[in-house]
Design a protein around this ligand. Structure first.
Ligand code: BDR
Ligand code: CA
Length: 319
């Protein structure tokens, strides 16, 4: 099994990523850490606590992360994110569970540092699916973890246009400085960007199969994801592919099974100035240097992934 920490801005596809990890027999989720993006940190963490309650997994601790970008005093959810994920983050579908549980008092930054130090190299993978502020902060606070940390992140794009603007993907756009600092380290990073996540879809056939199970979990997952499919069609009709992209679940799946994608090793940077602010691009000053610390996923076995994803989700929804 692989130990996993999910760093989520929960979020519709974040919820699907959490569900996938909980449904995977080869994963051990040791903690959920909250970042911002689709929602503010407090809101994402509250969603995580309710989702874990819904799945009967209140044994899994939840930690709060840094709640604003490195270059700002505070964070407000961009209007686009509120539209795509709904005001509550779960497409206005109500999570069918309530909980009084609070986040742990330890910060996500310290939990990540302690966890990387605790487990032998290769046993733990951190999966960030929102703003990278806390992950970059952990590496800055504890530079010794750089040789041990393994990160499979959802964010960025090397070969495709962005989804915030033609240059920028949402997660990287939230804190380009943090992302740039992270890519500049020698940490072992796999980037699951729009290059591959736009190739994996969930359709209304899939959501109907979940609904047909007849459980509250099945109904919730189906209603939430239908919202995402509908909004994807409404907001971007010209590029609608017949479903919604499974951005965050693909990163979670690659953390457990790297053979789902092929990757290009490269030293990356993030533009922090001008109209291309937030763009992930090869770092010209390190482009010929070895080792190349980031592996950018370029192709994906979409069929193998989506089949496994739906099988596991359907099993989970039966409970
Ligand atoms: C990413 O941005 C967020 O909206 C999604 O949850 C995903 O992590 C896609 O660009
Ligand atoms: Ca996300």
């Amino acid at each position: 099994t692989t130990k996993i920490i999910l760093d989520l801005d929960t979020g519709i596809d974040d919820t699907l990523a959490l569900s996938y990890i909980l449904a995977s027999p080869n994963a051990e989720l040791i903690g959920v850490t909250g970042t911002y993006g689709n929602v503010i940190v407090d809101h994402g963490v509250a969603n995580d606590i309710r989702l874990l309650k819904m799945y009967g997994r209140e044994d899994i601790p939840v930690f709060k992360g840094i709640d604003h970008p490195s270059t700002a005093e505070s964070f407000e959810v961009p209007p686009d994110s509120a539209i795509y994920h709904g005001e509550n983050g779960t497409g206005n579908a109500e999570i069918p569970a309530q909980s009084d549980r609070q986040a742990e008092s330890q910060s996500s930054v310290d939990f990540i540092i302690d966890s990387v130090r605790k487990y032998p190299k290769g046993e733990l993978v951190i999966v960030p699916t929102g703003a990278l502020t806390s992950i970059a902060a952990a590496l800055e606070k504890a530079p010794d973890i750089v040789d041990k940390i393994r990160i499979v992140l959802m964010g960025g794009s090397l070969t495709q246009p962005g989804n915030m603007n033609p240059f920028t993907e949402a997660n990287i756009s939230q804190d380009p400085e943090a992302a740039n600092a992270l890519f500049a380290t020698q940490a072992d990073i796999t980037m699951i960007g729009l290059d591959v996540t736009t190739q994996v879809l969930m359709t209304k056939e899939d959501t109907q199969a979940l609904r047909n199970i007849g459980t509250p979990v099945g109904h919730f997952l189906a209603d939430m994801t239908d919202y995402y499919i509908n909004i994807s069609e409404q907001e971007d009709a010209d590029n609608f592919q017949g479903g919604c992209n499974l951005h965050d679940p693909l990163a979670a799946a690659v953390a457990l099974d790297p053979t789902l994608v092929t990757t290009l090793p490269i030293n990356l940077m993030v533009e922090t100035e001008g109209p291309q602010r937030g763009r992930t691009i090869g770092d010209p000053t390190r482009i010929l240097e070895n080792p190349k610390n980031t592996k950018v996923a370029i192709t994906v076995d979409a069929e193998r992934f989506t089949k496994r994803f739906m099988e596991r989700l359907l099993t989970l929804a039966q409970t």
